[in-house]
Design a binder for this molecule. Structure first.
Ligand code: BEZ
Length: 247
């Protein structure tokens, strides 16, 4: 399932690490003045703006209308549109497609990669980072132990799986890496509950307030020995980062 309606305020106030970490990916993108770049899954626009500041002509798209509304409010000088990564078309092909911390929400990589391929000029580059194989493993295990019937909403591929998919769609993969990136969450003791409410609410669907409180306490109890240190929750993120060229 693609999560279409996000709480943009919660995303901006408690999860700013998403685009702060994304700045490393920007170096890999290395946007050049005058280049035409698509920011796929732009959220509220912080990295879109960074790409524009490098002198590129950038367009941000996101499936969530609330995110796009906030992005337009934040950066009225930039171009944004609501679009589905599995099914979009562009009028003019791009020099590069950039995507940070989004593709793990879309368990249909073929549809997404096919759209990205058609959106690029020949020789254009696709630069992306998202959750890779083993991402949030301890958190997922705790959630699944309490809600075994809930299917994971996430797609966390290995390098082999994702690179093969890219090649099948006509990309040449020039760089791929899978690495652990333990990620401190904001707000001390309530960091994990904030994270679960923002990103894993599917596991709490249908529960009463009391049941939710119980489940969250149980999850925290399971995870504390592994993911809590000196008053800070640290999510067990693992990222896949790729650069692929349209042959
Ligand atoms: C991630 O960025 O890896 C992520 C975010 C939300 C849910 C799962 C993973």
């Amino acid at each position: 399932m693609l999560k279409n309606q996000w709480d943009a305020a919660l995303y901006e106030s408690k999860h700013s690490f998403i685009w702060q970490y994304g700045e490393e990916l920007l170096k890999l993108l290395s946007p050049q003045p005058g280049e035409y770049i698509l920011d796929l899954g732009c959220g509220t626009g912080q990295l879109t703006e960074k790409i524009a500041l490098a002198g590129a002509v950038v367009m941000g798209i996101d499936a969530s209308s609330t995110m796009i509304e906030k992005a337009r409010h934040n950066y009225p000088q930039l171009q944004f549109a609501v679009a589905d990564a599995r099914n979009f078309q562009v009028e003019q092909p791009f020099d590069a497609v950039f995507s940070n911390a989004v593709l793990h929400w879309i368990p249909e990589p073929d549809a997404v990669i096919s759209c990205i391929h058609q959106a690029l000029k020949p020789g254009g580059r696709f630069v992306a980072e998202f959750g890779g194989k083993g991402n949030v493993k301890a958190i997922t295990q705790a959630l699944s132990s309490l809600s075994p019937q809930t299917l994971s909403p996430w797609y966390f591929p290995s390098i082999g799986e994702y690179a093969s998919c890219l090649e099948q769609h006509g990309f040449e993969v020039s760089y791929a890496v899978l690495f652990d990136r333990p990620t401190p969450l904001l707000d001390g003791d309530v960091g994990m509950v904030n994270w679960i409410e923002m990103f894993a609410s599917r596991f709490l669907l249908g529960l009463s307030v009391e049941q939710k409180t119980d489940v969250i306490q149980n999850i925290e109890h399971q995870l504390k020995p592994m993911l809590y240190q000196d008053g800070v929750w640290i999510a067990d993120y693992r990222r896949i980062r790729v650069v692929a060229l349209k042959a």
